[in-house]
Design a protein around this ligand. Structure first.
Ligand SMILES: Nc1ncnc2c1ncn2[C@@H]1O[C@H](COP(=O)(O)OP(=O)(O)OP(=O)(O)O)[C@@H](O)[C@H]1O
Length: 240
């Protein structure tokens, strides 16, 4: 059974810098609560930086980032995490000396006051985890690491889940498992998802809305069907 719909994410006039390098320019973006948005764009377009700007990590920003009643742009990364924001970074950050189960339980540290999710719930969503629970992080494949990283983020009962290139470098079977897990998450939990992707086909199977970033600016924002109906957007901003 689904939980009630979660809060809207609104980004207004967002600029971002790494030191003196200005990489995002005046981004305005809305994701309605409970929807899934794909952020598409070429290498270096600014997808990761947008996710970091929302989760408050590693980048300096101006402008507003609101999630429900929370002003994320005024928070430190740990505060944003406790408020319900979870970022699964491209490098996944699995702790190699801990078992999969121990990695998953680390997710509880960011629960804030929300209900803790169980390892058993994660296994229901990602069945491949069942036989991996006692395995150490160093013995996981890239795909297995991705499943553990998403499940660990879900252990914190996030209301906003940010995924950075979840299908990158994965075998087709694992890409399928990631997609199925995402759909199970959306059916079961009230969570808004923002997914940065280069794999347009994977994105289109798993999202409601699309935003295309080009050189740090939003080039397109709309529904998945509208994006699919306008191949010129793909040709102009996504082809290499
Ligand atoms: N730590 C950093 N310090 C300085 N510049 C950075 C840093 N991280 C990213 N950049 C620059 O910021 C711009 C946006 O990078 P970002 O990683 O957000 O793009 P991306 O769309 O996620 O690309 P990719 O698909 O290659 O990950 C690029 O020009 C990149 O070189």
């Amino acid at each position: 059974m689904s939980e009630p719909v979660s809060d809207r994410l609104t980004v207004s006039g967002l600029d971002a810098w790494y030191g003196t390098a200005h990489v995002l320019f005046g981004l305005d973006l809305t994701v309605e609560g409970g929807r899934t948005l794909a952020v598409l764009g070429r290498n270096g377009a600014g997808k990761t930086t947008l996710l970091r700007s929302i989760a408050r990590g590693m980048v300096t920003t101006t402008g507003e980032v609101r999630h429900g009643s929370h002003r994320l742009d005024r928070m430190r990364p740990d505060q944003a995490a406790r408020s319900g924001v979870q970022l699964v970074p491209e490098d996944r950050r699995i702790l190699t000396s801990l078992s999969v189960e121990e990695n998953l339980l680390l997710g509880h540290r960011a629960c804030g006051g929300r209900e803790k999710r169980s390892v058993a719930e994660m296994v229901e969503m990602f069945p491949l985890l069942e036989n991996l629970l006692s395995r150490r992080g160093f013995a996981l494949s890239g795909g297995e690491q991705q499943l553990v990283a998403i499940a660990r983020a879900m252990m914190a009962s996030p209301t906003l889940l940010l995924l950075d290139e979840p299908s990158e470098g994965l075998a087709p079977r694992i890409v399928q498992e990631v997609g199925e897990g995402l759909r199970a998450i959306k059916e079961r939990y009230a969570v808004t998802v923002v997914l940065a992707e280069q794999n347009v086909n994977f994105a289109m199977q798993n999202v409601d809305d699309v935003c295309v970033i080009d050189d740090g600016r939003i080039a397109f924002q709309g529904g998945g069907a509208e994006f699919q109906a306008r191949p010129e957007i793909r040709d102009r901003y996504l082809k290499v």
